[in-house]
Design a protein around this ligand. Structure first.
Ligand code: PLP
Length: 397
C-alpha cells in the first residue's frame, strides 16, 4: 500500500530514542540522558521579545515564500561575514537566501532542485543520519566515503578524487560535524575544493551544512566552505539556521544561501510545499542575527568545559576510543571492545539503557555500527553520572 519511497527510509532513530527515554521517565525511572540533539540554553531574550512584538503588531500574514526581505538581507549579511573573501567581490544579497522550516528543509530543497533519479550523492561517513534518507527520498544514490577516528573523521582529497564519477552530483560537507564534532581547517577545505575544481565533472555541487558554525572550541577555527573555495560559488549551497546558535530548534528556522538561479528553483519548489516560514519566527530571526560574540562566547565556553570534563571521565576506560571534538556538542566514541558477537551499537545502547539507565545514540544509523554518540548539551551532574556509569559498563565483564 505504501509507496516504495516511504518504505525505503527509516524512522529517525535519534527521535525514537528520545521517546524511549521519555517513556521510562514517565514510568518514574531516573535516566541519564546523553542523547540531546539540541542546545540546553534558553532562546536569547531579544529574539523572544521580537517574536512577542511581532505578534502584538499583527505581523501574522503569509510572507513571501523566501521570507521577509529585511530578514533575507540580514541573513545575507551574516553569510557575508562568514565568507569575507567571496563577499568582497560578489556579496550575497536577499536574492540568494531562502528561509525554510529548519536547515533540514533547506537540505531537502537542495536535493529536490539538484538530484535526478540515480544521481550519486557523496556522503563522508559517519554522517548526520538524515542525509542518506533524504537523498533516497529524491531517488538519488548515497555513496559513502568512510573516514576514520585515527584521521579525526576527515575526508581526504585522494579519497574524494577516487570517488568522483560522471554520475556524482553532490558532495555533502558538514563542519563542524554531527556526530563527530570534526572541524575542517581552511587548508583542508581548500584541498577538497581543488579536487572538485580539477575533476572532469563540472556538474558536481557542494552542499555545505554549517549549522554548528557558532559552536567551535579553542583548538579550531570555523571556516565556511566558500571562504576556502570561492571559485565554487555557483555550485555550492550553504545551509545554516538558528537552531543550534540561538537554541531555537523548535522555532524551525533554517536557510540556504546559493546563486540566484539556484535560489529561484528553491523558491519555486517551496512555494508548493510549505510556502514562507512562520512569520513571527522571521522577526525573531532578525533579532537573533544581531547578536554577536557576547552572546555566543559564554555558551561556547560552557560547552567546552563540559567537553573537557567528559573527556576526563572517558579517559578512565582503556576500552573507549575517543577523538576529542573540536566543534558542535557531541562526542562520537568507539565501543567495539564491549560488543558481543553479532551485536552492534543498537544492542549495546539498549543494554546500557537497561542496565545503567544511560541513554546514548547508537552509531549504526550514522554509518558506524561500533560507535555511539554522546551529547554534552546537558547539565554537568547528568554528564558526570552518565559518563561514569558508561565507563563502569565498559570495564565490567
Ligand atoms: N544538520 C545537522 C548536521 C544537524 O545535526 C541538524 C540537526 O540536528 C540539522 C542540520 C537540522 O537542523 P534544523 O532543521 O533544526 O535547522
Amino acid at each position: 500500500m505504501w509507496s516504495e519511497r516511504s518504505q525505503q527510509i527509516a524512522e529517525s532513530l535519534t527521535l525514537k530514542l528520545n521517546s524511549m527515554v521519555g517513556t521510562m521517565k514517565a514510568a518514574g525511572e531516573t535516566v541519564f540522558n546523553l542523547t540531546a540533539g539540541e542546545p540546553d540554553f534558553p532562546v536569547p531574550e531579544t529574539a523572544k521579545k521580537a517574536a512577542i512584538q511581532a505578534i502584538e503588531e499583527n505581523k501574522s500574514k503569509y510572507t513571501p515564500v523566501a521570507g521577509e526581505k529585511i530578514v533575507l538581507q540580514a541573513v545575507a549579511n551574516y553569510m557575508n561575514r562568514h565568507q569575507p573573501t567571496l563577499a568582497q567581490k560578489n556579496p550575497w544579497t536577499e536574492k540568494n537566501i531562502v528561509l525554510s522550516n529548519g536547515a533540514k528543509q533547506s537540505l531537502y530543497n537542495a536535493f529536490l532542485i539538484l538530484v535526478n533519479r540515480g544521481d550519486e550523492v557523496l556522503i563522508p561517513s559517519p554522517y548526520w543520519l538524515t542525509y542518506p534518507d533524504s537523498v533516497m527520498l529524491v531517488e538519488g544514490k548515497p555513496i559513502f566515503l568512510n573516514t576514520r577516528i585515527e584521521g579525526k573523521f576527515k575526508l581526504n582529497p585522494e579519497q574524494l578524487e577516487k570517488a568522483i564519477t560522471p554520475k556524482s552530483k553532490i558532495l555533502i560537507l558538514n563542519s563542524p560535524g554531527n556526530p563527530t564534532g570534526t572541524v575542517y581547517s581552511k587548508k583542508e577545505l581548500r584541498a577538497l575544493g581543488e579536487v572538485i575544481l580539477k575533476s572532469g565533472n563540472k556538474n558536481l555541487w557542494v552542499v555545505s551544512d554549517e549549522i554548528y558554525s557558532e559552536i567551535v572550541y579553542k583548538e579550531a577555527v570555523f571556516t565556511s566552505f566558500l571562504e576556502a573555495v570561492p571559485e565554487l560559488r555557483d555550485r555550492t549551497i550553504t545551509l545554516n539556521g538558528m537552531s543550534k546558535s540561538c537554541a531555537m530548534t523548535g522555532w524551525r528556522i533554517g536557510w540556504s544561501c546559493a546563486s540566484s538561479e539556484a535560489t529561484e528553483q528553491i523558491v519555486k519548489i517551496q512555494g508548493h510545499t510549505t510556502s514562507g516560514i512562520n512569520s513571527v519566527a522571521q522577526w525573531a530571526t532578525l533579532a537573533g542575527l544581531k547578536l554577536g560574540a557576547e552572546t555566543f562566547s559564554p555558551m561556547v565556553s560552557e560547552y567546552q568545559n563540559r567537553r573537557d570534563h567528559v573527556l576526563e571521565i572517558l579517559k578512565k576506560s582503556g576500552k573507549i576510543k575517543v577523538c576529542a571534538p573540536e566543534g558542535a556538542f557531541y562526542i562520537f566514541i568507539g565501543i567495539g571492545a564491549k560488543l558481543r558477537p553479532g551485536e552492534d551499537s543498537i544492542g549495546f545502547s539498549e543494554r546500557l539503557l537497561k542496565e545503567k539507565k544511560v541513554a546514548v545514540v547508537p552509531g549504526t544509523p550514522f554509518g558506524e555500527p561500533k560507535s555511539v554518540r554522546l551529547s554534552f548539551a546537558t547539565d554537568k551532574a547528568t554528564l558526570q553520572e552518565g559518563c561514569t556509569r558508561l565507563v563502569n559498563f565498559m570495564e565490567e565483564n
